[in-house]
Ligand binder design. Structure first.
Ligand code: MG
Length: 449
């Protein structure tokens, strides 16, 4: 059982829990295993610079050489590591409030470090025995100032630039003062879009909006899209691995819709292919796959698991219902820049507005609910639910997913909180609600026994 690492890295309140001493020792533990050239970069938080220097210090003391990439999106670090370096450290707390920061380690493929490696890092951390090399073996620090430009060029090379330029699209970009400030506006201008920026000055106080791109946090973007008659609004989370779109009518496009849209066009372009997603993803993904010669593998919930499966099975494309899209021939992780370019390419090549493209996708409705449950009861309750529902089609890849004729519900214990989450999907909103409520009722029935 890991004590420090969550689903992707360590995330804490900066400078109270996540101090320079903590960061340096953790980085030295990671460096003791990697023993090579490690890229370090981070998001725009006020504490990123402080933690980055501590991380660099720890890496050098373990004998690693360091490439300081500065402030940039998480996927840009993953891209750099995959192509040039032995490992990487990303200083970010993604979409969390400004007082938080975090440390993510990646392996030489640019994928978040696997469980066994994190357990090894923790062991060294708690035993106070990272490998400290002698004074004459300390590593060196260099920079790579051309990396961001190269990353942007590589995104551009993966889409039809001429088609996008000819479409002359007007795009409102809201980077939330996060790491996308260094990429998305430049990328879209290079692609010939008319770009209007909002919150595109890097600022760790996130003065314009909360770094999580939810509908309530994007109210201003929605208003600006409507007021300017733009073709599209684009927003990112703090470390720019997720893209959320607003259509030309000002509607918030949910992540599962943009995932399905890009899946459809990726499969069309490539005459089919393997799609990897999680068990919590919409049935629309399966419908599209069967229409366009695709195959779907569903994994446990978590972007790292999806990324790893894409690599192992040589998949074409993957993603999650939250709008994190993974293009495995580019970055083994969610990438906001290529997601944005791809969606804009689809609008440009089809000549259809985003609202119509979304309307053309299979329609499902979903409902999320949760119920409190002590951690020690979770396992037993799951088992009882699986037993009770065995007459239905049941998938236990992650939690219990019960598939009925009208829809499905997945009942999962949270890994971080004392709750069960029930996520249901059906052809009507009423049915989805009914399925989610049924899931909740199953948990509460065994909870009260
Ligand atoms: Mg993120």
């Amino acid at each position: 059982m890991k004590k420090l690492f969550g689903t992707f890295g360590v995330r804490r309140v900066a400078n109270t829990e996540l101090t320079p001493e903590f960061a340096s020792k953790l980085a030295a533990s990671y460096g003791s295993i990697v023993k090579g050239k490690v890229a370090v970069g981070g998001d725009t938080r006020t504490t990123t610079e402080m933690i980055k220097h501590a991380v660099i210090s720890g890496l050098l003391s373990s004998g690693c050489d360091v490439v300081d990439l500065g402030f940039l999106p998480t996927p840009a670090v993953q891209y750099a590591v995959r192509n040039y370096y032995d490992g990487g450290v990303i200083i970010t707390a993604s979409h969390n409030p400004p007082k938080y920061n975090g440390i993510k380690f990646v392996d030489s493929d640019g994928i978040g470090t696997p469980d066994d490696m994190e357990i090894e890092i923790e062991k060294m951390f708690f035993n106070d025995n990272p490998d400290r090399v002698s004074w004459n073996e300390i590593g060196e620090v260099e920079t790579n100032s051309g990396l961001l430009e190269e990353y942007i060029e590589n995104v551009i090379n993966r889409v039809d630039g001429d088609a996008i330029r000819n479409a002359k699209l007007k795009v409102i970009v809201d980077c939330g003062s996060g790491a996308a400030c260094f990429t998305t506006p430049f990328l879209l201008r290079k692609l010939g879009c008319e770009v209007i920026t909002m919150n595109c000055q890097p600022d760790g106080f996130f003065p314009g909006r909360n770094p999580e791109p939810t509908e309530p946090n994007l109210k201003e973007l929605i208003e600006v899209v409507k007021a300017t008659g733009a073709d599209l609004g684009v927003a990112h989370d703090g470390d720019a691995d997720r893209t959320i779109c607003i259509d030309e009518e000002g509607n918030f496009v949910f992540g599962d819709k943009s995932f399905a849209l890009v899946e459809k066009y990726m499969l069309k372009e490539n005459n089919g292919g393997l799609i990897v997603t999680t068990v919590a993803t919409s049935s629309a993904i399966y419908d599209i796959a069967s229409e366009y010669n695709g195959e779907v593998i569903a994994t446990k919930v978590g972007d790292l698991i999806v990324a790893r499966e894409l690599k192992d099975k040589n998949g074409l494309f993957g993603g999650e219902e939250n709008g994190g899209l993974i293009f495995p021939d580019f970055v083994y992780g969610r990438d906001a820049a290529l997601s944005t370019a791809k969606i804009i390419e689809i609008i440009a090549k089809t000549g259809k507005p985003l609202s119509i493209l979304i309307e053309e996708l299979p329609v499902y409705y979903s409902e999320k609910m949760k119920i409190e449950c002590p951690d020690e009861l979770k396992q037993e309750i799951m088992q009882k639910i699986a037993e009770e529902t065995h007459e239905f089609e049941v998938d236990t890849t992650d939690g219990v997913k019960i598939i009925k004729e009208d829809g499905w519900v997945i009942i999962r214990p949270s890994g971080t909180e004392p709750i069960f989450r029930c996520f249901a999907e059906a052809k009507t909103l009423k049915e989805a609600k009914k399925m989610a409520e049924w899931g909740i009722s199953l948990v509460s029935k065994y909870l009260n026994q």
